[in-house]
Design a binder for this molecule. Structure first.
Ligand code: URA
Length: 237
């Protein structure tokens, strides 16, 4: 891996903005390989170097991965002039990391949203080629039944003629069902259920692959994902 400046190293870890990282380094709080390094421009190998801040060892990560419990009423975007975005909900130190949402949830959809700075990972989650399952809890008008489930399994044709891949519809009784899709067409779940005469009144994403939204994660909050969580994304529920 290329060597990078010490101030960038700290900034990439989300320690502080770049200018503040320079101040921290100049104040002698950072050691590399046991030696105090007070020059922010010092280049280090981020993987190999042993860096401490105030005596605490820092662990380098090339990329960052988080999950958010997205509330209704915020845009899945990195910025918007008028409306609040999911990035606006992040704590200050995460806003500097260059995170972006993996795929899109509609403004009124809640639930599991991944955020990362790893474009390759995002592509694998979104691309229909990798068929990662996304499961939604849908509240609908009417009561989905076995004929709806069969039509989903067959591969629905939407009102505009768009053909969907086979999907799973699990019945949860009056006015509710679980829908699992492996692609992400525009308003896909809403359009699929509308095509069956069951318009969606509320939608929440519960899982991506075998990674489930933890019940205890409050709306608007994020949690960092570890390696096991990332593997789960590509596993079948
Ligand atoms: N399908 C939809 O219709 N909306 C979403 O937000 C996600 C999937």
């Amino acid at each position: 891996m290329d060597r990078i400046r010490l101030d960038k190293y700290l900034c990439d870890l989300g320690i502080a903005p770049r200018s503040e990282c320079r101040r921290i380094i100049r104040s002698g709080r950072v050691r590399v390989g046991g030696e105090t390094v007070a020059a922010p421009e010092t280049k280090i190998d981020p993987r190999a170097s042993d860096v401490t801040l105030d005596g605490e060892r820092l662990v380098w990560a090339e990329h960052h991965y988080y999950m958010m419990n997205k509330p209704a009423g915020v845009l899945t975007a990195t910025e918007d002039l008028r409306q609040k975005t999911v990035l606006d909900l992040l704590p200050e130190e995460l806003r500097r990391m260059g995170l972006f949402p993996v795929g899109r949830l509609d403004r009124d959809t809640r639930g599991l949203l991944l955020l990362t700075d790893d474009g390759e990972f995002a592509h694998r989650v979104i691309s229909p080629k990798f068929a990662v399952e996304k499961m939604y809890d849908a509240s609908v008008e009417g009561t989905p039944d076995e004929t709806d489930a069969a039509a989903f399994a067959e591969g629905l044709v939407l009102r505009d003629g768009t053909k969907c891949r086979p999907a799973r519809l699990e019945l949860l009784g009056e006015g509710r069902c679980l829908v699992t899709v492996t692609e992400g067409k525009y308003h896909q779940v809403k359009r699929m259920l509308a095509a069956r005469g069951k318009p969606v009144t509320a939608l929440k994403r519960l899982s991506i692959g075998a990674l489930r939204l933890p019940e205890e994660l409050p709306e608007g909050a994020v949690t960092a994902l570890g390696e096991e969580d990332l593997c789960r994304v590509f596993m079948v529920r």
